[in-house]
Design a binder for this molecule. Sequence first.
Ligand code: PEP
Length: 233
Amino acid sequence: MIIAANLKTNLTRHDTALYIEEVEKCAQKSEQEVLIFPAISSLDTFETKVEVGTQNAYPTINGAFTGEIGLEQLDEFGIKTILIGHSERRHILGESQEFIAQKFDYFKDQGFKIVYCVGEPKEVREAGKMKMLAYISAQYEGIDTAYENLIIAYEPVWAIGTGLTPTLEDIQDIHTELKKKSPAPLLYGGSVKVNNIKDVLQVKNVDGVLVGSAALYAEHFCTMIEYADALEK
Ligand code: PEP
């Protein structure tokens, strides 16, 4: 399974290095594919089994894109994994599907492992399944769903950082629909925690999880990795 942590705008560079050191100890004992997305200022060269990726980058080698980083800055640290389409970038930072698709193409051409996020806001979910599927389908526009280095994360916006989660039946239902769109591994994200990860990982068509707030403590994230190992035994 794939167990990924999105640290968002949390932890200093110093604390991130300690965090990765701790998680590496668990990852070394684990069968899981472990990914960590630290804040950009915490990126570095990590010679670890844990794969460190960037939460964002601009589709460029370098240039005049104030506040962004490009390929040159990622290459410095050997970073070859990127998160694209996260709901906070779509909704808070205003990234359009067109721009997201452009970014996807750029990093696909560079051979990056791409964790591509999709998910609906609350009002769309409340509008019914057809509307919800149409909304999520639009987030696949311009995306090469057959890309061999793709991982998709289904993350309902209303479940991110809220403590709310869909029912397990709802997760299974939407994952079954999304599996028809792409053969890529499909993660669930949105308020996954130590106390619900076992249930989520056992849902059909869930190939792993993307965890935000509950992954901020290495100890908790390690427990999640251990639970994933235990389920596979
Ligand atoms: C996320 O932002 O990708 C996420 C899943 O956050 P949280 O676990 O805090 O809901």
